[in-house]
Design a protein around this ligand. Structure first.
Ligand SMILES: [Zn+2]
Length: 432
């Protein structure tokens, strides 16, 4: 009997000690964090349930957090306590500890390794490389020879190293001793990963912050798009290519019938060209559906509205792109035209006269005889091979003069103009 009682007493003491220890531990957890992570469930299982999870980590050295993250949940109570936060991003976690350092880890808490970047991803890296030069080394950027050397084929991608920091992909290009940061929302597909960012039509960053120290000039191209079913050979496509070579953007005022009058099988080619063009920062606007009449010759606001806005509806339906300015045929408009649509009419102050001369030298001389300042808009037509050919020399010269060649909407943004509040836009300067 005595032996039994002793055993019971021992058992009672053990239970009391255990309860006290538990109370101390629970109190400690409550003091140190909002909700404690206890037990052997894996971190990611719990983080998945709670979206954001503070984790009490038992490990002696937080500096090596990534490789030890897996160990965190094993809870050796003699170890030091660290506080980790895990935020799910698509297939990965953003891990922070000490309230500061952040890095991405996969579901197994392994480091993220970027093996491959798609061709489109490489173009995005190139865009950001130019952007970084523009911001940090303008003396190099406004040099057409240097700028035109920054091309895909000249970049040694095998030497590029990648890492991921918060919401950016960092690409280090040893060739230029430069690191560029690209928002992950643009790069997740390009590196074969999913961070849960919604799909967004990529646009290059180059003119998101125009530099007031350099003239902001718009190149506009009317009457296209011109398609030739041999890829690479239409004047519209050549213009898109040469703009890209010099990191310039333009606004294309397209005619609805030019866009729509094609065989069904050409849809993919048309889509590909427009998407590439938009991705590289170019803009599209309406130059009416038929281009047959000046808008001032059409009677009735509804008829005028349809003539201006039918291409807008078509392109929106075709590829989810919304045009938000228009160019009136021959530049003719009156109050009735302006009242018929909410889109602003965009005019020009320099006419390349490409339609008149159809001559490469004459187009170059006509455009380059002016000094440019911010707000100038140059009119071209992308349906002529002569225009496409003349454009390269024009771009070289304008870049060397320090011009930023932007789309109309980027220029509006620079002037803090809301397109929906504008009826029509003439450049501040006007050349005879
Ligand atoms: Zn026209």
């Amino acid at each position: 009997m005595e032996i039994v009682n002793k055993k019971k007493k021992n058992l009672h003491s053990l239970i009391i000690i255990a309860l006290l220890s538990a109370a101390v531990l629970i109190g400690f957890f409550l003091l140190t964090t909002n909700f404690a992570f206890v037990g052997k469930k894996s971190i990611h299982e719990d983080a998945g349930t709670y979206k954001t999870r503070h984790c009490l980590a038992f490990y002696p050295d937080s500096r090596q957090g990534l490789s030890y993250a897996k160990e965190l949940c094993k809870g050796q109570k003699e170890d030091v306590i660290y506080d980790y936060t895990l935020v799910p991003y698509g297939d990965y976690y953003l891990v922070s500890y000490g309230g500061e350092k952040k890095y991405f880890a996969d579901r197994e808490f392994g480091p993220l390794k970027i093996e491959e970047v798609s061709d489109e991803g490489k173009r995005i890296i190139l865009d950001y490389l130019r952007y970084t030069f523009k911001k940090d080394h303008p003396e190099k950027y406004y040099d057409a020879a240097f700028l035109s050397s920054l091309q895909l084929e000249n970049i040694d991608f095998s030497a590029v190293t990648y890492s991921i920091d918060k919401e950016s992909l960092l690409a280090y290009l040893p060739q230029y001793e430069m690191s560029v940061a690209i928002p992950l929302k643009y790069m997740q597909k390009q590196i074969g990963m999913n961070f849960g960012f919604p799909d967004e039509l990529y646009r290059k960053p180059i003119y998101l912050d125009p530099d007031p120290a350099h003239p902001i000039v718009c190149l506009t191209f009317d009457d296209g798009p011109q398609f030739n079913y041999d890829p690479g050979y239409s004047s519209s496509e050549k213009i898109v290519d040469v703009l890209y070579k010099y990191d310039a953007c333009g606004t294309f005022y397209i005619i609805g019938n030019m866009l729509q009058n094609r065989e069904i099988w050409a849809d993919y080619q048309v889509y590909t060209l427009l998407k590439r063009s938009i991705n590289q920062g170019n803009e599209y606007g309406s130059h009416t559906q038929s281009h047959l009449y000046a808008l001032t010759e059409i009677s009735g606001k509804e008829n005028i509205r349809k003539e201006i806005e039918d291409p807008v509806a078509y392109l929106d339906d075709f590829m989810g792109y919304r045009m938000n300015t228009f160019r009136p045929v021959e530049g003719s408009f009156n109050n009735e035209v302006l009242e018929s649509t909410s889109l602003p009419a965009v005019l020009w102050d320099v006419d390349s006269e490409d339609w008149l001369s159809r001559d490469v030298d004459a187009i170059q001389a006509q455009v380059l005889k002016y000094d440019y300042e911010s707000g100038d808009i140059i009119l071209f037509h992308d349906i002529y091979d002569e225009t496409a050919e003349a454009l390269e020399k024009i771009l070289i010269e304008l870049v060397d003069r320090g011009c930023q060649l932007v789309s109309v909407s980027e220029m509006f943004r620079f002037y803090n103009l809301d397109p929906s509040q504008i009826d029509y836009f003439y450049s501040p300067g006007y050349y005879e």
